[in-house]
Design a protein around this ligand. Structure first.
Ligand SMILES: NC(=O)NC(NC(N)=O)C(=O)[O-]
Ligand SMILES: [Zn+2]
Ligand SMILES: [Zn+2]
Length: 461
């Protein structure tokens, strides 16, 4: 019996057009795409035909910045809940950050542990970042050979003691080892340059402004200068995660003009939230670097339009309610991190039209560029023959309200609670399998591990 399936819609996003089409899928891959309504397909040739009518079929979202925190901090998040939330939000691949889990992914044995802990718990496809910490340079190539996509490092305290930050000398040891490999080095680009307001400690800790003053733009600027310098010196692929300050853009533009192989992401929270309207004590809005003011946000949107920022991700970094200290609302004590892996597609789409951006931009920024950066551009981020059959089926015109009931990540704490968002996900298909459909999930987690060996993946079942 043939395993072939067809997905049919009057609106299928192909390259840069939306047309009526029928996507034939076999063994998890797109085998052909036929324009039209699929009426010519014979049932004997394709036993299962899924017609979604007017719902848009688009490439699944690839979110390359997600903190799953398992093993070790599973009260914060875990593979089952993070990937269910991803699936419910139209995300078909996540790439997991190396920190907050215990052990953090900074050695080969730690990576092996992570793989065995994640096995059988993933509703969507999952790739992994390793980490660079002081002294682990000899672990990098073994981790790369075992399948991590690249390495994240911090230039400032990471929030967790098991993942210490690096300085220039640590990076000078790691970079020569990574030259000529497929690795990309991801930077949490803030440094403790002593430029944060020294008076903030005496100020009102429930005011967002107090926290904002403690992490000024200058902390990002100094870090990004160092990243650019090292990127140009070693020509190892570098990536700035969660860019918040638009003031860094001229430095980034200059480095790229000089040939730096450098990419930049920003996050949904920097594009949809602004410092001026964050209520007192609302620590669910706390993240690092911080959400800045409205005028900064406008400049980030401009930079997206001009191509100076390459992609948009969630930086889903949840924790338990006690660590958010919602009772005291103390911004200085609260854990920094925003939970949103399920909401990225709708958050971005809600703001897109207001900023003159289209679905073509959205697919580039949320699917295509993220897949490319994470070494998955040959199989993810587009609906194309030979690519993985990863689709989100959604209605861009409907709206929904974010409630505790419809959130699937573990700790239902998010700044978007109660907000009305545009774009409702109907179903999510990962390698040809429907993993989410109108509130229900596939019986078993059916995602795969994406390991950094082009064209090779290992089942996560
Ligand atoms: N330890 C973390 O999860 N940190 C994260 N926290 C944020 N963004 O506030 C991050 O990506 O830096
Ligand atoms: Zn970070
Ligand atoms: Zn992060």
């Amino acid at each position: 019996m043939s395993t072939r399936k067809a997905f049919v819609s009057r609106r299928v996003f192909l390259e840069n057009e939306i047309i009526p089409a029928c996507i034939i899928v076999d063994n998890g891959k797109v085998t052909s795409i036929q324009p039209g309504d699929g009426s010519k397909i014979s049932k004997s040739d394709v036993p299962e035909i899924i017609n979604v009518g007017d719902q848009l079929i688009m490439p699944g979202v690839v979110d390359c910045h997600v903190h799953v925190n398992e093993p070790g901090r599973t009260a914060w998040e875990g593979y089952l809940t993070a990937t269910k939330a991803a699936a419910a939000g139209g995300v078909t691949t996540i790439v997991d950050m190396p920190l907050n889990s215990i052990p953090s992914t900074v050695t080969l044995p730690a990576f092996t542990t992570k793989l065995s802990e994640a096995a059988g718990k993933c509703y969507v496809d999952v790739g992994f970042w390793g980490g660079i910490v002081p002294g682990n340079q000899n672990e990098l190539v073994p981790m790369l050979n075992a399948g991590v996509m690249g390495f994240k490092c911090f230039l400032i305290h990471s929030g967790v003691d098991e993942f210490p930050h690096v300085d220039r000398s640590d990076l000078e040891q790691a970079f020569p080892i990574l030259q000529g490999t497929s690795a990309v080095v991801l930077f949490h680009a803030e440094v403790d340059c002593g430029c944060g307001s020294s008076t903030y400690i005496e100020k009102e800790p429930r005011k967002y402004e107090t926290f904002l003053e403690s992490r000024p733009d200058q902390m990002e600027l100094e870090a990004i200068k160092l990243v650019c310098e090292l990127c140009l010196k070693y020509r190892v692929r570098c990536h700035i995660v969660h860019l918040s300050t638009a003031k860094a853009l001229p430095i980034i533009i200059d480095a790229r003009k000089a040939g730096a192989p450098l990419t930049v992401e920003t996050c949904h929270h920097y594009l949809s939230l602004e410092a001026e309207t964050i209520p007192d004590g609302a620590t669910q809005y706390k993240c690092c670097p911080p959400i800045r003011g409205k005028s900064n946000q406008d400049l980030l949107w401009e930079a997206l339009k001009d191509g100076h920022i390459d992609m948009v991700v969630s930086d889903h970094s949840p924790c338990t309610a006690d660590l958010k200290v919602l009772d005291t609302g103390d911004f200085l004590c609260a854990w920094g991190g925003i939970a949103s892996v399920q909401l990225g597609l709708s958050l971005f789409w809600t703001n897109c039209l207001r900023h003159d951006m289209t679905l073509v931009d959205l697919v580039q920024l949320l699917c295509r560029k993220t897949a490319e950066m994470a070494n998955l551009g040959h199989r993810k981020g587009a609906i194309k023959e030979g690519y993985d059959a990863d689709f989100v089926v959604w209605d861009p015109d409907s709206t929904f309200k974010v409630t505790e009931k419809n959130i699937h990540f573990k700790n239902k704490i998010t700044p978007y609670m109660g907000k009305e968002l545009k774009g409702v996900v109907q179903s999510t298909i990962v390698q040809g399998v429907t993993v989410y459909d109108r509130g229900d999930f596939s019986e078993a987690p059916r995602g795969h591990f994406m390991l950094n060996e082009k064209n090779k993946s290992q089942s996560a079942l």
